[in-house]
Design a protein around this ligand. Structure first.
Ligand code: NAP
Length: 235
């Protein structure tokens, strides 16, 4: 049996692409979902692996998820949501919900995964941030803040866990063609492509290949890094 990997939010988009590529690379993957049960079960059946449900905004559900999944050698904190609107229209509930999923969710999953990794003196954590976590986005203040927090968390954990043989890295995708872009119309998408020097939207597989690389021993001296996958968007 290969080493175990859990990718949160792997029912769709970047997470689904990541579990496919990690399975290709020999990882014993678990698909995780919150609402997209059918998609998760279909992917799990395709790969012959388990699918587990949990809302990462809920501590009890995250504890149950790790109980069911068992110890993992690789944790990819990918589950995330986005909201669009003026900061002055962002009420406290909306702010808290974004941080509860994007930031606290990663915190909870890391807390659950790390003790086993420390005992093993080995482990690998990859946090999925965003270019907006690096540069900030107008009308996405809560999202930008939630993703910036993951950048600080990556650097801190890399220092704290390095002596235990655990690598912690962060990927910062640019504009990736997933359901997260559903609110954008044709003109918006064209504008985003025009703003991307490589002239196209990213594919989920573009980010998944970076995750697969960071997960592999080919990246064995890489930790504490924030690595863009963005076609130079935002530079
Ligand atoms: P997506 O297609 O909308 O997928 C989001 C995933 O997160 C789904 O699998 C969803 O699960 C899961 N999820 C959402 N809320 C959850 C919750 N409360 N508990 C557990 N899982 C939850 O988005 P994506 O584009 O692949 O995004 C993946 C990650 O990349 C996110 O963290 C996002 O912020 C980041 N990112 C995306 C882009 C982009 O342009 N697409 C750019 C930069 C960063 P269910 O569907 O099962 O509920």
């Amino acid at each position: 049996m290969g080493k175990k990997a859990l990718v949160t939010g792997s029912s769709r988009g970047i997470g689904a692409a990541a579990v496919r590529l990690l399975a290709r690379d020999g990882w014993d993957v678990t698909v995780h979902y919150n609402r997209s049960r059918q998609a998760a079960l279909a992917l799990a059946a395709e790969l012959g692996v388990p699918a587990l449900q949990a809302d990462v905004a809920d501590s009890g559900q995250v504890a149950a998820l790790f109980q069911a999944a068992g110890p993992v050698d690789l944790l990819v904190c990918n589950a995330g949501i986005a909201e669009y609107g003026l900061f002055t229209d962002t009420d406290e509930d909306a702010w808290r919900r974004l941080l509860a999923v994007n930031t606290d969710g990663a915190y909870r999953c890391c807390r659950a995964a790390i003790p086993y990794m420390v005992r093993q003196k080995a482990g690998n954590i990859i946090l999925v941030s965003s270019v907006w976590g690096l540069y900030g986005a107008s009308c996405e203040a809560a999202y930008s803040a939630s993703k910036a927090a993951l950048i600080g968390l990556t650097k801190a954990l890399a220092k704290e866990l390095g002596p235990s043989g655990i690598r912690v890295n962060c990927v910062a995708p640019g504009v990736i063609d997933t359901d997260m872009l559903a609110r954008f119309d044709f003109a918006d998408r064209q504008a985003l492509m025009d703003e991307t020097p490589l002239g196209r939207l990213g594919r989920p597989e573009d980010v998944a290949e970076l995750i697969a690389f960071l997960a592999s021993d080919r990246a064995s001296f890489i930790t504490g890094q924030i690595i863009g996958c963005d076609g130079a968007f935002g530079l």
